[in-house]
Design a protein around this ligand. Sequence first.
Ligand SMILES: [Zn+2]
Length: 118
Amino acid sequence: MKRTARSSEAKRSEPSAVKTASPPLRSLPQRTCVACRTARAKRELVRVVRSPTGELSVDLRGKASGRGAYLDPDPACLERGLAEGALAKALEIDIDGVTADRLRVELAAAAKERRSSA
Ligand SMILES: [Zn+2]
C-alpha cells in the first residue's frame, strides 16, 4: 500500500511536554496572525478551524481537520480579525454573532491554558 496523499501540516514530531531552557528558534514553523499579520512560531498562536460541517472552533492541538486560520492568543487580535473580516475571509465563512461569542470564550480559554502550560 502506497500513500500518495502528503500532509504538509501534520508533523508528528511535536513533543507535547518537553522542557527546554533555550528553544532552538530557527527550525520552528512560523504562521501569521490573520488579524495583525505578525509572524510567530506556530505554537505561540491559536488555530481557529472550520470543520467540514462549517463549525468554527479554537483548535488547541492544531491538528483538527478543516480549514484553519491562526490568531494570536489575544482578544484584541480576535476582535480585529472579526471586525475587519480577516478571519471570515481566511476561513471562507460568514461569522455570526453567536459564533463570534463562542470564539471569544474559546480563545480566552486557550490563552489561559497556554499561559499555565508555558
Ligand atoms: Zn495578532
